[in-house]
Design a protein around this ligand. Structure first.
Ligand SMILES: N[C@@H](CCC(=O)N[C@@H](CS)C(=O)NCC(=O)O)C(=O)O
Ligand SMILES: [Co+2]
Length: 335
């Protein structure tokens, strides 16, 4: 496993250190919070114990995140015609339609598709907003990865069904994995990756980021993800980092791509977010705030009015959104 942090040095984020000082004020503020909390804990250790547990020291909560029961639940994005996309994903990509829900008061419909039940698989949540038939995908979103065991066969099937092949099967430039790219009816790219049979065929979400070390620090510290590997491809001037809550061959991962010299992307309005399960949305939000690695909580933790599922939402340092969903509440929603 390659644990080298590409392009370290100038930013040099090392773990065990307090902050990654992109923004100095944030870094210093976080450092101060750490110390304040540590002091408060020592004071409380001799006094009010119940207060100590509510104030939960930053050290504890930053450790907790690594033990939390986390999993990528689904990726959410908008499409212009739900039936058209359902047809393409079921007929060409071999997904199953798992559920559909219409929210007429809010004028939208969701459809969930994937390769297995939602309680154990990473799936796709499509959003159709009444009357909106086109979205801008932007330049920041990359692709979804799908593991297939016979890429030639899959590509031929997609071609036969009238699907768009944007890159024919062959070894990835600068590597060995046989890949192909296809486009769905809205223009979302899917990378097909030839692998043996996989328990989690929907295996990657690729997003482009402006500073890979900043992103790695964020997803490790604020989200408790593991850096699975990085790969620098100088010939093609990009570096990728794979991050997740489990190994790449068994669970879906986030693939972050840094293109040399590109620090900003247009996010469009099509791709929305990834949802991650957690045992505690309150602690989740606290960790994001205390970690001192950028990003921000955009929705304070608490129940969604009406359905009572507890969530919190945040943006990463590039502005990519994640929603954390309470694990127990999520399973109740599936019943
Ligand atoms: N400039 C690329 C960098 C990422 C990249 O090239 N990824 C590889 C897959 S890991 C790829 O798409 N290769 C294209 C090919 O092999 O044809 C981007 O932003 O998409
Ligand atoms: Co990929």
């Amino acid at each position: 496993m390659n644990q080298v942090r590409p392009n370290a040095g100038s930013r040099g984020v090392r773990f065990g250190e307090v902050a990654a000082p992109r923004s100095h004020s944030f870094g210093l503020k976080a450092a101060r919070l750490f110390r304040q909390n540590a002091t408060r804990m020592r004071v409380m250790a001799t006094g009010n114990v119940s207060q100590a547990s509510t104030a939960a020291s930053s050290e504890n909560v930053l450790e907790w995140v690594k033990q939390d029961k986390r999993r990528l639940l689904h990726v959410v994005y908008r499409v212009g015609d739900l039936d058209r996309t359902i047809k393409f994903y079921t007929e060409c990509l071999g997904m199953k339609l798992l559920r559909k829900r219409d929210i007429p008061e809010e004028k939208y419909t969701n459809a969930f598709l994937g390769y297995g039940p939602e309680d154990s698989h990473f799936v796709i949540e499509l959003t159709y907003n009444y009357g909106v038939d086109k979205y801008d995908i932007g330049s920041g979103f990359g692709h979804f990865g799908i593991a297939v065991d016979d890429i030639a066969k899959t590509v031929e099937l997609i071609r036969a069904k009238g699907g768009k092949i944007t890159r024919e099967p062959g070894p990835v430039k600068g590597g060995n994995t046989v890949i192909a790219f296809i486009e769905d009816p809205d223009g979302y790219k899917f990378e097909l990756l030839e692998r043996g049979p996989s328990p989690e065929p929907l295996c990657q979400v690729m997003l482009r980021v402006g500073d890979l070390n900043r992103s790695i620090a964020f997803y490790e510290k604020a989200f408790g993800m593991e850096l699975l590997r990085t790969r620098d491809n100088p010939e093609y001037k990009y570096t990728i980092a794979m991050l997740g809550y489990g190994p790449e061959d068994k669970s879906a991962v986030l693939e972050l791509t840094y293109n040399y010299g590109v620090t900003e992307y247009d996010k469009g309005n099509a791709y929305a977010q990834i949802a991650i399960g957690t045992d505690d949305v309150y602690k989740t939000a606290e960790v994001i705030k205390l970690a001192g690695v950028g990003g921000k909580v955009t929705r304070e933790p608490g129940p969604i009015p009406g359905i009572s599922t507890k969530i919190t939402a945040c943006l990463d340092p590039d502005g990519w959104k994640t929603v954390f969903v309470d694990n127990v509440d999520f399973l109740k929603e599936l019943e």
